[in-house]
Design a protein around this ligand. Structure first.
Ligand SMILES: [Zn+2]
Length: 295
């Protein structure tokens, strides 16, 4: 564990928002970035956080997902909906890169939409799931730094639920800028710490998962990070950032938030519906492009 400085400006001047065990969530006094300290090193994150138990977790509230691989249909529906909504802003087809592609669900939807798609996934257990349906040459099993792609080679680069997990988001975005073709677009989805739900729920906000969510962006700090990397936002919205979830997922989350009303949500979990779209408006999707090109 290391005491983290602000990932945007390097300052250690900060105010504590909340303490939870050994972790504090703090706000940088210089640039307002909200981040967690202490943090694991990059290698310790791969070894200790993103192992098999992350993707099939018995304590998903604290770390990871209930069963990422089993929710295949829900993720495919989520990504079909998201890419459908983004389509007017993205040139059709072309070469796409999915950073943190997990089980490859977003990659499969991009392929359905005519993209020549590649992925990067450093976590072996979930990469193995992706490789059941995607050819191995399309997925780089390491980090973005070690990926063998030429500068300017992608028309579209996507990061779904990724930027909040990396210790150095500006360096990652700088590499994204390098890999982006002229007039290419970047799509970034991350949770919004300035959202109404985050403010109302305070420490009960479900995105406070300190081993994995190292940074909590707001529209302002996300814009700042992109700007530092030579990128600029062309649109930012919470609309379309929802997810297709199972009735069981909703019932469990509602029970946690309001334990006194647990009896109310039991029947919900047994509804004969495979999933429905829910948007609590506490995540945001940014579309960005390089700052120094005309398009
Ligand atoms: Zn700062």
């Amino acid at each position: 564990m290391i005491d983290a400085a602000c990932a945007l400006c390097g300052s250690r001047q900060r105010g504590v928002i909340l303490r939870d065990g050994i972790h504090s969530v703090v706000r940088c006094a210089e640039c307002e970035l909200v981040y967690v300290t202490p943090q694991r090193t990059a290698q310790a994150l791969i070894d200790e956080v993103y192992d098999a138990s992350y993707w099939r977790s018995s304590a998903a509230r604290e770390r990871g997902y209930g069963d990422y691989a089993a929710d295949e249909e829900l993720y495919l529906r989520t990504f079909r909906r998201r890419y459908g909504r983004l389509a007017p802003q993205l040139a059709p087809g072309g070469k796409a890169l999915d950073i943190g592609c997990a089980a490859g669900y977003s990659m499969r939807v991009l392929a359905e939409r005519g993209f020549d798609v590649y992925g990067i996934e450093p976590s072996a257990p979930i990469r193995d799931v992706a490789l059941r349906s995607i050819e191995p040459a399309r997925i780089h099993g390491g980090t973005l730094e070690s990926a063998p792609f030429a500068p300017g080679s992608f028309d579209l680069i996507v990061m779904w639920d990724v930027l909040e997990h990396v210790p150095d988001p500006v360096r990652v975005l700088g590499r994204v800028r390098e890999l982006l073709a002229t007039n290419g677009r970047v799509v970034i989805e991350t949770q919004n710490v300035a959202s109404i739900l985050a403010r109302v729920l305070g420490r009960r906000w479900t995105h406070y998962k300190h081993a994995e969510h190292l940074v909590h962006f707001s529209p302002k700090t996300l814009g700042h990070a992109l700007d530092m990397a030579g990128l600029q936002i062309t649109s930012l919205s919470a609309r379309g950032a929802g997810k297709v979830v199972s009735p069981k997922f909703i019932a469990e989350r509602a029970r946690r938030l309001t334990p006194g009303l647990a009896w109310l949500f039991g029947p919900l979990a047994r509804l004969p519906i495979s999933g429905f779209y829910v948007n609590p408006f506490d995540e945001m999707i940014a579309v960005a492009r390089a700052k120094d090109v005309q398009s």
